[in-house]
Ligand binder design. Structure first.
Ligand SMILES: [Zn+2]
Length: 483
C-alpha cells in the first residue's frame, strides 16, 4: 500500500464516519425537504466514495504479486499508476478536458474512453520511456488498448461522476450501460482474458477489441459466447442449477435496468419535454421491442430453455449452448438471452447518432416520442411473471385475484343460466360471444409472436406496436378492477 492510497483510505473513512453522524442527526431532526435533498446528495457522494474504496482495495490486491516483478515496469504497473491518478481526480472533483488523438473511426464511447486513457498515461507518474511506448502503440491502433479491472472501474466512476468533458454529448456517458455500477463487473468478468505484458506478469485485462466486437457483431457467435461466459461464470460447462440461478439474476438485473432511469429512456422523456431533434423513432421503437419482448416472454423462455437445454444431460458446453440457443430463439420468436448485448449495442448506436446529428438543431415537433414514452411507462409496470404462482408481487397477486374472480363469476353465471331453462338460448349466445373473443385474443397473440419471429426487429416494429397496445390494454383491464 503506498502513501497516497493510505491517505485516501483514511480520508474516506473519516468522511464516512462524519457522514454517518450527520445521517443520524438528520434523521432525528425531522424530514424537511431541503434536508432530504442535502441528505440525498451526501448519500450519492457516500456511495461514490464507497465504490472508490472498493476499487482501491482491488487495486492493491492486484499490485501485490508485482512486488517481485522484473526490472521493467509491466503494463499493469503503469495501469495502476493511471488508476491512482484518476482516483485523485475523483476525490478532488476535477474536470478532465480531453482531445481526440485518434485517426481511426470508433464508436463514440470507445473514442472518449481511449482518449481518456491516453490522457491518464500522459499525466501519470510512470516511467516516461515505457509510458511513451504504450501511448504510441495505442495511438496507432486504439483497439490494442486494454484495461485492468480497477482501471476499468475507475473509468466507469469518472464517467458516472461526470468529470470528463470532450463535447456536449460526453454527459450522456454518465448513464451509459457499460459504465453503470451494476454492469461494470459483469462486462469485465465476462470479457476479460489473461494477457502477458512486458516482463513476465499475467493479468486479467478487458480489451477494446472485445468490447468493439460486441458492438460490431461481425461474427454471429459473439453474443452467444458472451452470454455463455456470463451464465457459466467463465466455466467450461454450465449446469442446470447454475443456469437457473444465473437466469434469475439476469432477469432481476434487466428488470432493474428497465425500471430505473437509463440513457434511452431519459432521452425519450427529454425529447417529449423539449422540442429538439433528440429523438430517433427507430431507436425508440427498438428499445420498446426489446423491453416488450423481455416483459412478455421471460417465463415462457425459462420453461422452454430448461427443457431443451437440460433434457438429455445435466450440463452443457459452449457448443451445445450455441446450437440450442438458436433453436430456442427461433421457436420462441424472440432473442431474450441477448437483451443485454442488444441494449449495449443500441445505446452505442444512439450515442453515435446524437454525435453525428447534433443535439441543438431545432426541428418541428414530432409527437411520436410522447407515444413511446407512454408505452414504455406502461410496460414498466408489467411484471415478467404475469400472475404466475412463483411471484408474489402486488401486480401478480392482483392478476391472480382477478383471474380467479373472473372464473368464479363465470361459473356462477353458468350455474344460474343452467337452472333457468327458458334462458338457455341467451346462454348459448353468450357462450358464442366468449368463444369469438377468445379467438380474437389468439389472433392478437399470434400477431405479436409473428413480429418476434423476424430477426430484423426494427423493420417490423410498427406492426408490433398495435398488438402490443392491445396486450397492454388487456393488462390494464385486468388491473382496473381491484388494484
Ligand atoms: Zn410479479
Amino acid at each position: 500500500m503506498n502513501h497516497i492510497q493510505q491517505d485516501f483510505i483514511q480520508k474516506i473513512m473519516k468522511q464516512q464516519q462524519q457522514e454517518k453522524h450527520q445521517q443520524v442527526k438528520q434523521e432525528e431532526n425531522g424530514q424537511k425537504q431541503n434536508i432530504q435533498v442535502q441528505y440525498f446528495s451526501q448519500f450519492v457522494q457516500y456511495l461514490q466514495k464507497q465504490q472508490l474504496l472498493s476499487i482501491i482495495q482491488k487495486c492493491q490486491q492486484q499490485q501485490q504479486p508485482i512486488q517481485q516483478a522484473t526490472k521493467f515496469p509491466s503494463l499493469i504497473e503503469v495501469q495502476n499508476q493511471v488508476t491512482s491518478y484518476f482516483q485523485q481526480i475523483i476525490l478532488q472533483k476535477q474536470i478532465i478536458n480531453i482531445n481526440n488523438v485518434f485517426d481511426q473511426q470508433l464508436p463514440y464511447f470507445l473514442q472518449i474512453m481511449g482518449n481518456l486513457i491516453i490522457y491518464g498515461l500522459e499525466n501519470c507518474s510512470g516511467e516516461k520511456e515505457i509510458v511513451q511506448e504504450i501511448i504510441a502503440q495505442y495511438k496507432s491502433n486504439p483497439l490494442k488498448i486494454t484495461m485492468s479491472c480497477s482501471l476499468f472501474q475507475t473509468i466507469g466512476l469518472l464517467f458516472r461522476s461526470q468529470l470528463v468533458y470532450y463535447d456536449q454529448c460526453t454527459k450522456y456517458l454518465s448513464n451509459f450501460l457499460l459504465f453503470r455500477d451494476e454492469f461494470c463487473d459483469i462486462f469485465f468478468n465476462t470479457l476479460y482474458s489473461y494477457q502477458m505484458t512486458h516482463g513476465q506478469t499475467f493479468s486479467q485485462q478487458i480489451g477494446f477489441t472485445q468490447i468493439h466486437q460486441m458492438i460490431q457483431k461481425t461474427q454471429e457467435d459473439v453474443w452467444t459466447a458472451f452470454i455463455f461466459k456470463m451464465m457459466s461464470q467463465q466455466q467450461q460447462k454450465m449446469t442446470k442449477d447454475m443456469f437457473l440461478l444465473q437466469f434469475n439474476q439476469y432477469t432481476v438485473l434487466m428488470n432493474n435496468f428497465f425500471t430505473k432511469s437509463n440513457l434511452i429512456m431519459d432521452l425519450v422523456a427529454q425529447s417529449v419535454k423539449q422540442t429538439s431533434k433528440l429523438h430517433n423513432d427507430q431507436i425508440f421503437q427498438e428499445y420498446l421491442l426489446i423491453m416488450g419482448s423481455f416483459k412478455a416472454t421471460t417465463q415462457d423462455f425459462l420453461k422452454k430453455a430448461t427443457q431443451v437445454f437440460f433434457e438429455e444431460s445435466n450440463d452443457l458446453d459452449l457448443l451445445q449452448f450455441s446450437s440450442n440457443i438458436i433453436k430456442i430463439h427461433k421457436q420462441m420468436n424472440c432473442q431474450i438471452l441477448f437483451i443485454l448485448p442488444m441494449l449495449f449495442q443500441l445505446e452505442s448506436q444512439y450515442l453515435d447518432h446524437l454525435v453525428q446529428n447534433g443535439i441543438q438543431d431545432q426541428q418541428p415537433v414530432k409527437n411520436s416520442s410522447n407515444y413511446y414514452l407512454k408505452m414504455i411507462e406502461k410496460l414498466k409496470n408489467k411484471c415478467v411473471y404475469n400472475g404466475e404462482e412463483e411471484c408474489d408481487c402486488k401486480k401478480c397477486q392482483c392478476i391472480r385475484r382477478n383471474r380467479n374472480s373472473a372464473k368464479e363469476s363465470q361459473k356462477k353465471k353458468r350455474e344460474a343460466l343452467e337452472k333457468i331453462g327458458p334462458l338457455q338460448d341467451e346462454y348459448d349466445k353468450i357462450k358464442k360471444k366468449v368463444q369469438s373473443l377468445e379467438k380474437e385474443n389468439q389472433v392478437i397473440t399470434k400477431l405479436l409472436l409473428d413480429v418476434f419471429r423476424h430477426p430484423s426487429l426494427e423493420k417490423l416494429a410498427s406492426q408490433f406496436i398495435e398488438p402490443l397496445t392491445k396486450i397492454i390494454a388487456d393488462q390494464e383491464f385486468y388491473n382496473i378492477d381491484e388494484c
